[in-house]
Design a protein around this ligand. Structure first.
Ligand code: ADP
Ligand code: MG
Length: 505
């Protein structure tokens, strides 16, 4: 009996020992894996870093590229496109105008009524729809027929007091969020598609004519009277409310900026034919490139696999279409190099499956257990990850978005520098009283990324203060413009009409 007991005790001890050994080994292995993940995170943070010195170099590079793009056609990756917009709306416009806005993810149709003063601006109707994904690689005929049929439905809703009953043709501005070489305020040719669009049969076609043709084929009483880049629409809306507005930036599916330039600085344009002495320039800043941009292996892979590789490098680091995919690529790489996310999810391997609205939802998840993060990861085929892994995912969102927001701030500061409004003119020679002479400068900002992602906004504001310094930053007002691109295009059309009417008298 005693021997049996001894043997039993010994056996139990052996089992306990081996269980303990296995547990210790597992813990050591887990720790080693976690250390590897911490190493990966550190590498990530380093490669996405945007220290102030680097941002300042980017500011300089943007200002230099802007200048080069103004001197000659093809002189820079920044196309610095002419818009033929010289007079911006000021509040005195009258009438009823329409705008159809083709964005990267949404299209919008609006009708506005203007009563001759700012306070009487009335958005009478506005519709916002997702662009069906089937359109992205369809034909120009399909695209424009789709837009014309949407317009038809929009105007069919109008009541009896609508403009048509007054026997006046409807005047429509076409707000277009892709690069166009404009030949006048109302005409222009597509340069290239961006943001995942790849519609054939468009090269060399006049965009406004394409829409007018589709509208005419449906017998609609609509005149496509202006072709307006979305940034120019946002600038018009900003200027309508605040004449200190001199630039506009869109942070939506993609990203772009425009600003008001002196015509004598637009050297490549011999005969600008403007009366105001200035013209709005569409920078097409999504294509900005500089060796100072913190390009990582994730950016290189994303670009190589995109429809427009070697193009739109800046947009691919800051555009809403891409941020989600950068985060997805980081999570995928981490799950391949360690097993903290469990077995590799095939869903996670699908490009663009993680959208930027999910990135902001995870980043701004304030529940103690990070429920939102858990839910989104589950949808990505990564269920049941422990809290510390969820925290890691929040950190990845933070790293990617912070870089984007700081680069965006460098972009805005680049425009201010080009205009001599970044406070650097005469730096060192500046007298303290000059600070009071800094002009108030308003930058209109629009787009779903900016308006819906608080952390993006906060990081951008912080970086602007870092770059410009508090004194200058206080004079720079960033004004969010909900639906500014669409409303502003209608306002711009109205103001071009009032100019025409006055000059005809
Ligand atoms: P468009 O680019 O079609 O003009 P928006 O300006 O509304 O449309 O921008 C839409 C883009 O904004 C989406 O593709 C997405 O990238 C981004 N976005 C929308 N909602 C959010 C959100 N909650 N958080 C972060 N980004 C968002
Ligand atoms: Mg937009």
């Amino acid at each position: 009996m005693g021997r049996v007991l001894v043997m039993l005790t010994a056996a139990t001890a052996v089992v306990a020992c081996s269980v303990a050994t296995v547990m210790v080994r597992r813990r050591v292995k887990r720790r080693r894996k976690w250390r590897k993940v911490v190493g990966l995170l550190k590498d990530l943070e380093e490669s996405f870093e945007t220290p102030l010195g680097r941002l300042r170099q980017m500011v300089d590079a943007i200002a230099v590229e802007m200048q080069a793009g103004l001197v000659s056609e093809g002189g820079s990756k920044l196309k610095m496109l002419l818009t033929f917009v010289d007079d911006l709306p000021n509040g005195s416009e009258r009438g009823t105008y329409y705008a159809l806005h083709l964005g990267g993810s949404y299209f919008r149709i609006i009708r506005v009524h203007l009563g001759g003063q700012r306070s009487s601006l009335e958005v009478q109707d506005i519709e916002r729809h997702s662009i069906p994904t089937s359109l992205l690689n369809s034909t120009s005929e399909v695209l424009f027929d789709f837009l014309a049929s949407s317009l038809q439905r929009f105007i069919e809703k109008e009541g009896h007091e609508s403009i048509s009953s007054q026997d006046v043709k409807r005047e429509l501005a076409f707000t277009f969020s892709f690069p166009v070489k404009q030949t006048s305020l109302s005409s222009g040719v597509l340069i290239k598609w961006t943001k995942g669009f790849a519609i054939s049969e468009m090269a060399g076609e006049d965009i406004a004519e394409c829409l007018q043709g589709a509208v005419d084929r449906r017998g609609l009483d609509i005149h496509v009277a202006a072709l307006v880049n979305d940034t120019v629409g946002a600038l018009s809306y900003g200027h309508y409310h605040d004449p200190d507005t001199i630039a506009a930036v869109v942070f939506g599916t993609g990203s772009n900026a425009c600003y008001l330039e002196r015509t004598d600085a637009i050297i490549k344009c011999q005969n600008p034919r403007t009366t105001s002495g200035s013209m709005v320039v569409n920078m097409e800043w999504g294509n900005f490139w500089s060796s100072r941009l913190p390009r990582t292996s994730y950016d290189i892979e994303l670009d190589a696999e995109s429809l427009n590789s070697n193009d739109m490098g800046f947009e691919k680091m800051i555009g809403g279409m891409y941020l989600g995919d950068i985060v997805r690529r980081v999570i995928l790489r981490m799950s391949q190099e360690s097993d903290i996310f469990g077995p590799i999810s095939s869903i996670l391997s699908t490009p663009f499956v993680l959208r930027t609205n999910s990135v902001s939802a995870m980043h701004e998840d304030d529940t103690p257990e990070l429920h939102e993060v858990a839910t989104i990861l589950k949808h990505l085929g990564v269920p049941n990850v422990p809290l510390k892994v969820r925290k890691l995912v929040v950190k990845i969102c933070d790293v990617v978005t912070r870089r984007a927001a700081r680069l965006a701030a460098a972009g805005i500061s680049g425009i201010l520098k080009k205009l001599g409004r970044d406070g650097s003119v005469g730096e060192g020679r500046r007298r303290s009283s000059d600070k009071q002479m800094m002009r108030r400068t308003v930058v209109a900002v629009e787009g779903g990324l900016y308006s819906n992602y608080r952390m993006f906004r906060e990081y951008m504001d912080e970086a602007l203060r870092d770059i410009l310094g508090d004194d200058v930053a206080r004079q720079v007002v960033i004004k969010a413009m909900e639906d500014g691109s669409s409303i502003g295009s209608a306002l711009l059309l109205a103001s071009s009409h009032s100019v025409r009417t006055i000059s005809n008298i």
